[in-house]
Design a protein around this ligand. Structure first.
Ligand code: IPE
Ligand code: IPE
Ligand code: MG
Length: 263
């Protein structure tokens, strides 16, 4: 296995190296396409979700190999409760199974687990598994695996605004003192840097209520691969493409300023 941060492992036979500074620190993935993967095979959606949960390992090993420090996986949105009850139950069952079976392995790999979302709506057994897993892995520092679960970005922003308004109402904060940082700090992602790269699988090109505030300047990468088929190499390919992108954040890169002056 390659060392962390060494992308000279080759992509489909092509050996490529990426400068460390061009490795995204935080990659967030909208894991989409489980249903279509199953339908294509005339299998029940639950089989697609099961295969999808197995693909999580691929993304984690891709993140570790490429030296990514934060990997966020969108596992269940606040709107996913609107799916048929048996599908919701299947997804919750898989989550329970995943937390029980994988957490020791994640701990051994020095991975820290963090769950993002409204935990109160989840059943007590899952909440306990999450709390235990977060406590067990709290000091790990090779990779932070963030699972977005019962997560909705608009709801997150709403709660943040309510918390800030409450402080203003109590006289603990003045309206003028509210800054971008005030809002950043009131979000669930308080401790997590903004994603550098957002990947969505299955060919869909939308955000579906995912990290709307945090993706202001993220690079977006859309893959036609359905999530259950998304392998470590697909993850590495996305990281390599990110490495070739130019991030401007609205400014002019230095070399363009020089060209203009000379002309
Ligand atoms: C992603 O796969 C998993 C979840 C949203 C929980 P989907 O179940 O959305 O797959 P498609 O979009 O129906 O193919
Ligand atoms: C987004 O996928 C949510 C997750 C991947 C957990 P969906 O399949 O729910 O999104 P839409 O409905 O196609 O936008
Ligand atoms: Mg979908």
């Amino acid at each position: 296995m390659a060392a962390d941060g060494d992308l000279s492992v080759g992509t489909h036979g092509n050996v490529r190296k990426i400068e460390t500074s061009r490795i995204p620190k935080h990659v967030a993935i909208i894991m989409d396409g489980n249903g279509r993967w199953a339908s294509k095979r005339k299998l029940p959606k639950s089989v697609g979700h099961k295969k999808g949960s197995e693909a999580v390992k691929e993304a984690i090993s891709g993140a570790i190999k490429s030296g990514v420090k934060y990997l966020t996986l969108y596992a269940f949105s606040t709107e996913n409760w609107n799916r048929p009850q048996d599908e919701v139950q299947d997804l919750m069952g898989l989550l329970r199974f995943y937390l029980k079976r994988e957490i020791k392995e994640l701990h051994k790999e020095n991975v820290k687990l963090h769950v993002l979302g409204e935990k109160s709506a989840l059943d007590a057994e899952i909440t306990k598994l999450i709390d235990d897993a977060e406590a067990l892995t709290a000091d790990n520092d090779r990779l932070t695996l963030v699972i977005a679960l019962n997560y909705g970005s608009r709801q997150e922003i709403l709660k943040a605004v309510q918390a800030i308004a409450q402080k203003v109402e109590e006289g603990a904060l003045s309206t003028k003192a509210i800054t971008l940082e005030t809002l950043d700090d009131a979000l669930l992602t308080k401790e997590i840097p903004d994603p550098d790269l957002v990947i969505r699988t299955s060919g869909e090109q939308r955000l579906s209520n995912f990290l709307l505030w945090q993706v202001a300047y993220s690079e977006l990468y859309f893959s036609d691969v359905l999530w259950p088929d998304f392998a470590e190499q697909h993850f590495i390919d996305a990281v390599i493409e990110y490495g070739g992108r130019e991030r401007r954040f609205g400014a002019r890169p230095d070399d363009e300023i020089i060209t203009d002056t000379v002309a």
